[in-house]
Write a protein that binds this ligand. Structure first.
Ligand code: GNR
Ligand code: NI
Length: 167
């Protein structure tokens, strides 16, 4: 297992659309395990492969309090969205920024699991928000895209300054 470096906004690699995984083989499973360890260590409730510079449609999530209920989403598809919820979101690629974003409150999604088996499930609340946030990463979208131009500009400036200090 390994901790992977996380790309930071406004890195252009976070804007690339990720490609589907052809087969869940040992290399994909190893990457999922490294992503999970990286997410737990960060700590975060989700992580998408583009955040660790891998342009593939892979996501790990764990919204449990005990941090012992990992969820693996390979080639996920959101099938239905219902209702709306406004939650304060953060992102490991935009550290220190927390802003409310409106999302669907309930979703139904399909994905492959860590063994490559297809499954379908429903989610609500934080899990539903997290799946939508992570699927956005696969499409090169970030939560700051839902904020006003002014807020996004301020965040970009702050991140550029932070990068000069931490590089
Ligand atoms: O750790 C995270 N917390 C979070 C809180 C509210 C909505 C979404 C998230 S996901 C984020 C981790 C992350 O950046 N995933 O891409
Ligand atoms: Ni994120």
């Amino acid at each position: 297992m390994a901790i992977l470096p996380i790309l930071r906004y406004p890195d252009p690699r976070l804007r690339v659309k990720a490609q589907p995984v052809a087969r869940v083989d040992a290399a994909v499973r190893r990457l999922l395990d490294d992503m999970l360890e990286t997410m737990y260590e960060a700590p975060g409730v989700g992580l998408a492969a583009p955040q660790v510079n891998v342009p593939r449609r892979l996501i790990v999530i764990d919204v449990s309090k005990e941090r012992n209920d990992p969820l693996f989403l390979v080639n996920p598809e959101i099938l239905e969205r219902e209702g709306s919820i406004r939650l304060e979101e953060g992102c490991l690629s935009v550290p220190g920024i927390y802003e409310p974003v409106e999302r669907a409150e309930r979703i139904r999604f399909r994905a492959l699991d860590r063994e490559g088996r297809p499954y379908e499930r429903e989610a609500q609340g934080l899990l539903a928000v997290c799946v939508q946030h992570e699927v956005d990463h696969l499409d090169g979208r970030l939560f700051v895209d839902y904020l006003s131009e002014l807020k996004r500009q301020r965040i970009r400036k702050k991140m550029e300054k932070l990068r000069l200090r931490t590089l």
